[in-house]
Design a binder for this molecule. Structure first.
Ligand SMILES: NC(=O)c1ccc[n+]([C@@H]2O[C@H](COP(=O)([O-])OP(=O)(O)OC[C@H]3O[C@@H](n4cnc5c(N)ncnc54)[C@H](OP(=O)(O)O)[C@@H]3O)[C@@H](O)[C@H]2O)c1
Length: 263
């Protein structure tokens, strides 16, 4: 996909492929959370002989974390492909890997939030000890910072093609995508001055914030961060090489791939 995509009969259209690849994650999380919650509360009520009562709702922490996940994917799965001025085709192998990741990730996080992690206020207090409220709030702040910065840097990339589209229209071009597909420039705004993939870096920060709010012992949130880094770091390093080949070493000098001073 993207800069290094190749022509293939197994390519899917970029926008549709992206939407279908990213949507299963939050739907799986919501389904798993809801189903497990009702199953475990029904079993507990039956054991206590109090069947027929409404199950108690989950603590606010579980609900907020589920909402953050849905918030992120409302942007990533639904708005992102719609906002992009153009998107390169997506190879079916990338698509299937993405769907497999989304299903597994949604299942693990949904199961943790619905049943296997803390599900009472007392369990949350113990899980985030010694500063449960402070850690949860700091994690949330980091998450929002990362989310906003991710949107900002994604939008800088969009602006390059929007600008190009305006120029093409000014010269009598017509239609979305004309003269825009595969048009690349060196982005200049924000952290792009320092790294070529700041949108990746801040997305990692976003999910570290989620992990922090969920507690350092939350294995699914930790796996999520590790999986993101494992998938995106090689792509960023290869992407920097692509920038060097396209624009020349001179223009790229001083910009790291994704982590300043490291890669
Ligand atoms: N890739 C992953 O594994 C992954 C995983 C989790 C989250 N994400 C998040 O998803 C978002 C998109 O990721 P991505 O891997 O598609 O990022 P990307 O390769 O940087 O591409 C993002 C979009 O910007 C365009 N673009 C990239 N560089 C450009 C340049 N120099 N000039 C003009 N347009 C440019 C791309 O067009 P083309 O498609 O035509 O190249 C694409 O539409 C990011 O916010 C990322 O954090 C990605």
């Amino acid at each position: 996909m993207g800069k290094t995509s190749v022509t293939s009969r197994l390519n899917l259209p970029g926008r549709l492929g992206w939407l279908l690849m990213e949507t299963p994650g939050f739907l799986t999380l919501l389904y798993t959370l809801r189903t497990l919650r009702s199953q475990t509360t029904t079993t507990a009520a039956a054991a206590a002989g109090s069947g027929g009562q409404e199950p108690p709702s989950l603590p606010y922490q579980n609900q907020v974390l589920a909402a953050l996940f849905v918030l992120h994917y409302t942007y990533r799965a639904l708005l992102f492909p719609w906002l992009q001025p153009s998107m390169s085709p997506l190879h079916i192998i990338i698509f299937l890997s993405g769907v497999a990741f989304q299903l597994t990730n949604g299942l693990l996080l949904g199961a943790w939030l619905g049943a296997y992690g803390p599900t009472t206020p007392a369990q949350w207090a113990a899980h985030l000890a010694p500063w449960p409220t402070a850690q949860f709030a700091a994690g949330l702040a980091l998450f929002y910072l990362g989310l906003a910065a991710n949107y900002y840097h994604d939008d800088e990339l969009r602006e390059i093609r929007r600008r190009r589209l305006r120029q093409a229209r000014g010269k009598g071009g017509k239609g979305q995508g004309q003269g825009v597909d595969k048009h690349y420039e060196i982005p200049q705004a924000g952290l792009f001055k320092v790294v070529l993939y700041p949108h990746y870096l801040v997305e990692w920060i976003e999910w570290v914030g989620f992990w922090m709010a969920a507690g350092w012992g939350c294995a699914p949130a930790r796996c999520f961060v590790l999986n993101e880094v494992a998938a995106m770091l090689p792509r960023a390093v290869r992407g920097r090489q692509w920038y060097v080949e396209k624009f020349g070493e001179e223009k790229i000098r001083g910009r790291w791939a994704v982590i300043p001073g490291v890669w």
